[in-house]
Design a protein around this ligand. Sequence first.
Ligand code: ADP
Ligand code: KDG
Length: 312
Amino acid sequence: NKRIATIGDAMVVFNPSKTGPLRFVPSFERAVGGAELNFAIGVTRLDMEAKWISCIGDDEFGKLIYNFARGEGIDVSHVLRTPHIPTSIYFKEIREDGAGKSFYYRNPSPLLELTEDCIDESVLDDVDLLHISGVYLAVCKHNIQVALKLIALAQAKNIPISFDPNLRLKLWTIEDARAVYEKVYPSINLLLTGQDEFELLFEGRTVKDVQESYKIDEIIVKKGEQGATVYTTTEQHDREAFSIRAIDTVGAGDAFDAAYVYSYLNGYDIPERLRLANGAGALVAMIKGDNEGLPSLQELRQFIGDEKLIER
Ligand code: ADP
Ligand code: KDG
């Protein structure tokens, strides 16, 4: 089985019991989220192995997240716990069309305690791909140093790197994000980005131009209900999304990334990768929660129509 590594914060998520502005929501359902953990769950459900590097609070919510990640079969041997900083939480607002808004309580995040020195040289020894997301880079200033160390380790071992900018403008400014991402782009093989995010980050530059200036093998642009497009250095592949009713789109991008990376590492061609990735994104958007809808390989194959579903 292929194995990935990723690094990032996880949070207890409070999903609203009804749609609309948060101040009118009387109750919440507790769940678990965090872009990089969602990604790790996604690839694990698809029968790959995932090593999740993190630091969470040594508190009740930290225990919940730790047990949850373990229960999903994720390698948590690189998850530190700190008694000094509480585990991050966030409240989610969901609009009628399924779009979400986040209200974070993660200042600081326990990741403040995970420094460069905590990263063991051997952490990527058994890994086939390193996945970095912009949420991680946004939550603490020193995270860029930690990420650059991991990136250097990956490059020394010829391990491909995927990057999702996951721009969160509640955590930092667009200028800060651009400056930090500039340091990451030259090292990555796959850039998995939302279309609006691409436009915000690159201000009118074309995909070709970005691809050539940073030598990125593949730029994958996620377009919500419009599906996705992959640009290689020589080709462009478009694929429309599955037609669904979106309930909660938070986490759809992570699901897409997980299925794309799964099919990339297993040698599928680009049209097939797009089909699986659009399928995984749609399955997460159809259910409330950031990762509850992440499919197993069989569920994904059934959803995209490759296998017949027998329910009785
Ligand atoms: P991101 O959160 O990274 O910007 P998107 O919102 O574009 O990601 O969603 C990621 C993927 O999930 C899309 O490319 C698509 O495959 C799927 N998806 C998201 N929203 C919908 C929707 N409303 N209908 C069908 N598929 C969707
Ligand atoms: O991509 C989904 C994430 O946005 C969600 O799980 C929470 O990590 C999160 C964030 O910072 O928004």
